[in-house]
Design a binder for this molecule. Structure first.
Ligand code: BES
Ligand code: MN
Ligand code: ZN
Length: 495
């Protein structure tokens, strides 16, 4: 969808549809109030008759409202004024767009942007309007032989005050880049595993790098062997599909100073390997490359917005399968760092590919390294589908990520990394094991990674619970792209 910013009067603008809000208790938003006055109380009369409750997300489409030049007026329920929040604002926008998508309207004027949201400014509201609108229209039908008609809705005007125009335009550009990044992540992660092998994922990353203007190179098996990435290679061993390490670069600060490095887990299918997973819902392990997809999306966003920072994305990509050549429980490998690992469970593969990618990150002399991974089922048990888990060896970095999550509505929550957890990784046969038993599974996974991060400021995002949804709405959510994007925007603003 195209977005533009305009100062408009809701009753006088000629549009296919004007979107305005109504709180519970029939309280009109300012734009609704103006249309009500122009129409001599038409809206209040509709509300008095009880056709719209004002409940959050309820919608009512009116046509031919007297005194109003738009063909349609879409009333959107906002819930209680006193309870209006970030989430309510997003839900109202999404409900409006979903309702409009079922009409013939090709374009609309969105007046919900005027609504005050506690402790959020106009830029936030504009960004979120764009992201919510695009999110509401997202679908993945590339692999259906018969596609439903796309909604007509193609353009949206965000109505703002005259003085707000330039801030709003900047925010709209940011929102559009973030929304496009989320779409990229969702499209990649929703791909079935036969359409998204490590090589195919690398090919897509290359296409995106050309389209958006960031660098993309890849390392194959031989280079990994030369570098001694034996933990990564151990995971790839069971599959006929060769592993790939994507190296993406956006040098928006000319390569001066130290880069931010993002590392994304790219397991294109996680069967568990010899430690085979149960059959139920195993298809969802195609989403196990969501970390890699979010890193590719972050590079896309940085390139699209020409952010003045140096950003490097690393994505180790493998398929984790059982076979005659697969790694066995008990195998010991020497990681690129020189530390040895006893692979007691081949299903704890994410940390094995990440550890070598983290060691590889050292060569960039990073300002900080953030890894992103659907790493543990235990994190889903701890935090559900609400917040990603955050860990790190640098409190300031962790706090910046928590803050970015809070601002973007893509929340994260810190879990501890006390040294005591390292004991669970003890091995009789190698420096340490790749699993730490049932207790604190998300933490022992992070504790494993921390052994490869002594040379830089590091944080780890466990996104197993937030990257995708199961059930009827099965699919990628696009998280944690908003969190990463807000983090990068903040860093860019500081340089
Ligand atoms: N990809 C999984 C983690 C996962 C589980 C993501 C459920 C999303 C939903 C990871 O590779 C894995 O299998 N982890 C194991 C670790 C265990 C063997 C220590 C897990 O969480 O069970
Ligand atoms: Mn696994
Ligand atoms: Zn996995």
């Amino acid at each position: 969808m195209e977005f533009s910013i305009k100062h408009v009067s809701p009753e006088a603008c000629r549009s296919a549809c004007v979107i305005v809000g109504v709180y519970e208790n029939r309280q009109l938003s300012p734009a609704a109030e103006r249309i009500d006055q122009a129409s001599q109380g038409y809206l209040r009369e509709v509300l008095r008759q009880g056709d719209l409750s004002g409940k959050l997300g309820a919608t009512l489409l009116l046509r031919g409202v007297p005194g109003c030049h738009a063909e349609r007026v879409l009333l959107v329920g906002l819930g209680k004024l006193r309870e209006f929040s970030d989430k309510a604002y997003r839900q109202a926008t999404q409900a409006a767009v979903k309702a409009l998508a079922t009409t013939e309207a090709r374009e609309a004027v969105n007046c919900l942007v005027e609504l005050p949201v506690p402790s959020r400014n106009l830029s936030w509201r504009v960004r979120q309007a764009v992201i919510s609108a695009e999110g509401a229209l997202y679908r993945f039908d590339a692999l259906k032989s018969k596609r439903e008609d796309a909604p007509r809705l193609a353009r949206m005007t965000l109505a703002v005050a005259r003085s707000e125009k330039s801030d709003a335009e900047k925010a709209a550009r940011e929102g559009q880049a973030i929304a496009a990044g989320m779409k990229t992540m969702r499209d990649l992660a929703n791909l079935p595993p036969n359409h998204c092998t490590p090589l195919k994922l690398a090919e897509r990353a290359r296409q995106l790098s050309e389209e958006f203007g960031f660098e993309c190179t890849t390392l194959g098996r031989e280079e990994m062997e030369r570098l001694g990435m034996n933990a990564l290679l151990a995971v790839a061993k069971g599959s006929c599909e060769p592993p790939q390490l994507l190296v993406l670069k956006h040098m928006g600060n000319g390569g001066q100073g130290k880069p931010i490095v993002l590392v994304g887990k790219g397991v294109t299918f996680d069967s568990g390997g010899i430690s085979l997973k149960p059959a139920a819902d195993m298809d969802e392990m195609k989403f196990d490359m969501s970390g890699a997809a979010s890193v590719i999306a972050a590079l896309q966003i940085a390139a699209q917005l020409k952010l003045p920072l140096d950003l490097i994305g690393l994505a180790p990509c493998v398929e984790n399968l059982p076979s005659g050549s697969a790694t066995k429980p008990g195998d010991v490998v020497t990681t690129m760092s020189g530390q040895t690992v006893e692979i007691l469970n081949t299903d704890a593969e994410g940390r094995l590919i990440l550890c070598d990618a983290l060691t590889y990150a050292e060569r960039f002399d990073p300002a900080c390294v953030i890894d992103v991974a659907t790493l543990t089922g235990a994190c889903v048990i701890a935090l559900g589908h609400v917040a990603a888990g955050v860990f790190g060896n640098d409190e300031r970095l962790v706090r910046a990520l928590l803050q970015a999550g809070e601002e973007s509505g893509d929340r994260a929550w810190q879990l501890p990394l006390f040294d005591d957890y390292q004991e669970q990784l003890k091995s009789n046969f190698a420096d340490f094991a790749n699993i730490g038993g049932r207790p604190a599974g998300a933490i022992t996974a992070a504790a494993f990674l921390s052994r490869f991060t002594s040379k830089f400021h590091w944080a780890h995002l466990d996104i197993a619970g937030v990257a995708y949804q199961s059930g009827k709405e099965k699919g990628s959510t696009g998280r944690p792209v908003p969190l990463l994007a807000h983090f990068l925007l903040k860093r860019a603003a500081k340089t």
